[in-house]
Design a protein around this ligand. Sequence first.
Ligand code: ZN
Length: 277
Amino acid sequence: MLIKENLERNDLDGIVTCKNANALLHESHFQAVDLDPFGSPSTYLSAASRSARQYLFITATDTAPLCGAHFMSGVRKYLAVPLRTTYHREMGARILLGLAARELARLDRSMQPLLTHVTDHYVRVYLALKNGARAADRCLESLGYVEHCQSCGSFSLLREPRPIGRCSHCSAKTSLAGPLWLGGIQDSEAIRSAMTWDELPRRGLKILAQCAEEIDAPMYYDHHAICERLSMTPGKIDLAIERLKERGFKASRTHFYGLGIKTDARMADVEAAINPS
Ligand SMILES: [Zn+2]
C-alpha cells in the first residue's frame, strides 16, 4: 500500500505485487533485477539469474555467514567455505559473486561485475549479464580458492583446491577458503560514468570514487597488523603504497577497510615497503 502511495506521490507508473519473489521471477523476465531481500539472497539467486535479462543487482545483509563468522550457515547458503580473515569483507563479496557465477553458468549465462562494495553491514554487487555457454565457461575460470595464513596474514590464490598447507612466508599452517570469485570486481569505466549522475548523494559518490581508484587485485593486507607483527609504530599507509608502486607493484587503498593495502605484491615485499630499513 505504501509503495502504491509513493508511486502516486512521485507521479510514477509501476506494478506493485505481493507475490512470492521466486514465483514472480520464474514467471517473468525483467531487464534488470534488483535483489534486496530480508535475510540471505541465496534462496532467490537461481530464479533471479533466470529472470534478469541484462543486469542483476544483489544486496546481502547476512554478512556473518558470508564472512566466516557463522561458518556452517555460510557453507549451506553459499556452497563455499568462508574464512574469518583480515580481509573478510572482501571475502564475503567474492563468495557471493562466486555463487552468482555458478547459478548463471547453470543457465549458460555469464556475468561481469560492474561495481562491488561492502558498506556498513551489507554486501552489494552490480552485474552485467550475457548469454552463451562459452562465455559462461570463461566466467567459471574466474572461480578459485584462497590459501590463507592466520599467523602472518599472507595469502595466495589457487585455481584448484590443492593447498600447499604451509605458509610460504612464515611456514605456519594455512587454511583454505572457497570456491569464490577471483576475477575483476570493479569496472572503473562504468563506475566513472555512474559518478556523473547529478542526483547521486554525497556518500554514494564517495563510495564510487573509492571503488574506481582501487586496483583490481583480490584481497588486501592489514597495514596495522603487519606493523604490530614487525613491532613497529605504524607509519603512513600511503607511503607504503608509494614504495610498492616505485618497486613496480600495483598498489592502492581499498574501500573495504581503511587500513587495508591492495597490491599484487607478496607479503615479503609488503613488509619491505612498510619497513624499508
Ligand atoms: Zn604466514
